[in-house]
Design a binder for this molecule. Sequence first.
Ligand code: AR6
Length: 174
Amino acid sequence: MINVFLGDITELHGTPYAAQAIVNAANERLVAGSGVCGAIFRAAGLRHLQQACHSVAPCPTGSARITPAFDLASQCVEAIIHAVGPRFSDASSDAADRLLADAYRASISCLRSAGLTSIAYPSISTGVFGFPLERAAAVSVRTLREVDGPDLAVTLVAFNEQTKLAWEEALAAQ
Ligand code: AR6
């Protein structure tokens, strides 16, 4: 099942969309950054999360790593899955699509390996990494539909109305 929710991925507790694992739109070195990455590091506790990330880094583009959720455990988050999407460029847009799909797929593999069944995603690569919103929404929905199953609850967390609309349109179109 795939749902769309408008809000902050670090504040899902108490909503119907609370997930066991939340996904961080990470960088290959798994160091704290801006955007959703900054919000997740702040909410989980910078020092502990950075230490845990060091022990599983690097994380090549298109792959994912899992760490504990530290302070976010108080919000019933059991794990953080750090997925690295591609930077977008027109010259390599097909490769970027593939790498973005890989990042979504790798996150589900991490989730399943940890024995977890619910996951919340931000719109990977559509901030600092410049991926066009509608294109990223189509790739993410297509990929998640491929790996979705009756055991899985997926929430796409939109930080703004534009992202929510892009995901809703992709879900309706595919
Ligand atoms: N909850 C949900 N979504 C959010 C939140 C939040 N609290 N904050 C931002 N977003 P970005 P990227 C949305 O830039 O493009 C970092 O420095 C945001 O509106 O966070 O994959 C990393 O360390 C956008 O739709 O990630 C990397 O170096 C989406 O999250 C690099 O940026 C992704 O935007 C990754 O860039």
